[in-house]
Write a protein that binds this ligand. Structure first.
Ligand code: G3D
Ligand code: MG
Length: 189
């Protein structure tokens, strides 16, 4: 890491219904492994991870928001100024997939009506084969619809916070989308 290297801070919010695996994904990304036992996130948790990606030092501020409705007021504050979002559903829970538009609405509503770069995440893919799961095409189709709606590419990635599959990739991909977005709208400081 040299002193003249570019560095930047990205505020990333994790969005999705309760129990889709937001906290587990964050924990896995922080290298804390997978913890069995559900502990509900109260309001919001915040953590920081510093990585070097495509020659830029990125400090991710990862906001892990509680999915439960009663924390609505807390959530509004945390959406503001977000650089990007991981929009997460559980492939074994169709309801969590159907609720995705409501999460997006909440993000934009609380972020000055601004849409930010998104990576769509289908989590718990380790359950494929043992439980009925939404097909990969469902996620791909919704991501394609989101790309049309937002005007920029919304990738779809399947993860498992349990095995760690694609968790690093999700944050890497999101930072790439943020970079492209900043360049496209010439927002880079
Ligand atoms: P949330 O932060 O979105 O509310 P959590 O979700 O990270 O707290 O996870 C909710 C439950 O799903 C937990 O199960 C957790 O272990 C499980 N989970 C999270 N990610 C995965 C995954 O990729 N695969 C599998 N199989 N389970 C996952 P419990 O049973 O402890 O409630
Ligand atoms: Mg949580």
């Amino acid at each position: 890491m040299s002193s003249h290297q570019k560095s930047t801070v990205y505020k990333v919010v994790l969005l999705g219904d309760g129990a889709v695996g937001k906290t587990s994904i964050r924990q896995q990304y922080l290298g804390k492994g997978f913890k069995e036992g559900y502990s509900m996130t109260i309001g919001a948790d915040f953590c920081v991870k510093r990585v070097e990606l495509s020659n830029i030092i990125i400090t991710f501020q990862i906001w892990d928001l509680a999915g439960q409705q009663r924390f609505d007021v807390v959530r509004e504050v945390y959406y503001r100024g977000s650089s990007g979002a991981l929009l997460i559903f559980d492939v074994s829970n169709p309801g969590s997939f159907e609720n995705l538009p409501a999460w997006l609405n909440e993000l934009t509503k609380n972020n000055y009506d601004r849409i930010v770069p998104i990576v769509l995440i289908g989590n718990k893919t380790d359950l494929r084969g043992t439980a009925p799961c939404l097909p990969k095409e469902a996620g791909q189709q919704y991501a394609a619809a989101l790309s049309q709606w937002t005007g920029f590419d919304v990738p779809y990635l399947e993860t498992s916070a349990k095995s760690g599959l694609n968790v690093e990739e999700a944050f890497g991909l999101l930072s790439k989308q943020i970079e492209l977005f900043l360049d496209k709208y010439q927002l880079r400081g």
